[in-house]
Ligand binder design. Structure first.
Ligand SMILES: C[S@@+](CC[C@H](N)C(=O)[O-])C[C@H]1O[C@@H](n2cnc3c(N)ncnc32)[C@H](O)[C@@H]1O
Ligand code: SF4
Length: 356
């Protein structure tokens, strides 16, 4: 019963339980964690494009405008979906850049649907039309979240664009009308928690899911302050108060709050680089060059991913932010390979470099 409650809480979406293959993969994840004490991949974040029509002043992926040539094709994504499923993954979250600017988004959704993933898009909503939503649903999309920073246009629209609040409320309505699971995603900023709180309360009152992010000092936000300790405490209180609110680190197969990066969650860029998540621009290998399993094993042996931080490493853990994100922020391009990171050396991290 406890397991079922946890699964429902995570995506607040009964569909996860209604698909027998996803249900089986998740049960296996719980078994491996709770009985075998082993990690199982659960979520793959994808960044199929880094193009975006917006220019948010805190954008975590701003330095990903890479000049590499080869990008993953739909056939590569098909292979990735299969390899990810073998490693246990049950959910794909398509980010970017702006996912609706990726020209093959429908095929991408279809490929992961074929491999029995719960397919989820996070969008700024600017390119949404009823036709696009209907096409995506036809391709298998189950859920779309729209990012917004406040329900007050005076606060949100200077950040996300003129008319963005109105457009987001319209997008929510359209998504609900065609039967997609939907909700709002919002970033919590120090000294301005009331804006995110307003978004969370709106979701609660309207039966929508809310997904929170604590500002991570990376990309365009590299000089931002993190939340204060009392604000981190407030976040824990919000989680108790608002059942439809979730953060990436709220759920784990171990039935405790912990950062999933590199253990239960990975991010794969369109250039094949495998990172912990969208706030973690350290690459632990490239899918064009190595099998997913080898990269996953390397990530799981990284001291910081191993330590089971009970929150978000990149927005909350001073050790990780100071010693691991800090040096990466010096770089002009992301991601930075683990081999080039000054704190990830064969001496400090022998297992990462294959020396036990
Ligand atoms: C990188 S965006 C990509 C998807 C899409 N373009 C959007 O904005 O929804 C994914 C999510 O990360 C959030 N985000 C961006 N930069 C962040 C940061 N520095 N810290 C925490 N969350 C951030 C965005 O608000 C968005 O909800
Ligand atoms: S947060 Fe999303 S919408 Fe804003 S600039 Fe970054 S990718 Fe674009």
């Amino acid at each position: 019963m406890e397991i079922i409650k946890e699964m429902k809480k995570y995506y607040a979406n009964i569909w996860v339980l209604a698909n027998p293959i996803i249900f089986y993969r998740m049960l296996k994840g719980f078994f491996r964690a709770l009985v075998l004490r082993k990690n199982t991949l659960r979520v793959i974040e994808l960044f199929p494009t880094f193009a975006c029509q917006a220019n948010c002043h805190f954008c975590s992926v701003d330095k990903y405008q890479a000049d590499k040539k080869a990008v993953l094709t739909i056939d590569d994504y098909d292979r990735l979906a299969r390899d990810g499923a073998k490693a246990g993954a049950a959910v794909v979250t398509i980010l970017g850049g702006e996912p609706l600017m990726y020209p093959h988004l429908d095929e991408l959704v279809a490929v992961f649907t074929k491999h029995h993933y719960y397919t989820h898009v996070v969008s700024n909503g600017l390119a949404v039309t009823t036709e696009r939503l209907a096409e995506l649903k036809k391709s298998g999309l189950k859920c779309i979240f729209f990012s917004i920073e406040s329900l007050d246009p005076k606060v949100n629209d200077p950040i996300r664009g003129e008319g963005h609040v109105e457009l987001t409320l319209r997008n929510l309505r359209w998504a609900q009308e065609i039967g997609l699971a939907t909700g709002l995603g919002t970033v919590m900023m120090p000294g301005a928690m009331e804006h995110a709180l307003g978004v969370i309360e709106y979701c609660e009152q309207n039966g929508l899911s809310a997904s929170g992010g604590q500002i991570a000092p990376v990309g365009k936000a590299e000089d931002f302050s993190t939340l204060s300790s009392s604000e981190f405490e407030d976040v824990r209180q919000y989680l108790k108060k608002y059942p439809k609110l979730t953060f990436d680190w709220v759920f784990s197969y171990y039935l405790k709050q912990r950062c999933p990066a590199g253990k239960e969650k990975i991010g794969v860029t369109c250039f094949g680089d495998v990172v912990g998540c969208s706030y973690n621009p350290v690459s632990f290998g490239n899918y064009f060059e190595e099998p997913l399993g080898a990269i996953l094993e390397r990530m799981r042996s990284f001291s910081q991913f191993k330590k089971d931080f009970p929150g978000c490493l990149s927005s909350e853990d001073p050790e990780y932010i100071g010693n691991y994100l800090g040096p990466v922020c010096e770089a002009t391009k992301h991601p930075v390979s683990y081999k080039d990171h000054p704190a990830i050396t064969p001496e400090n991290e022998p297992e990462v470099f294959g020396r036990r």
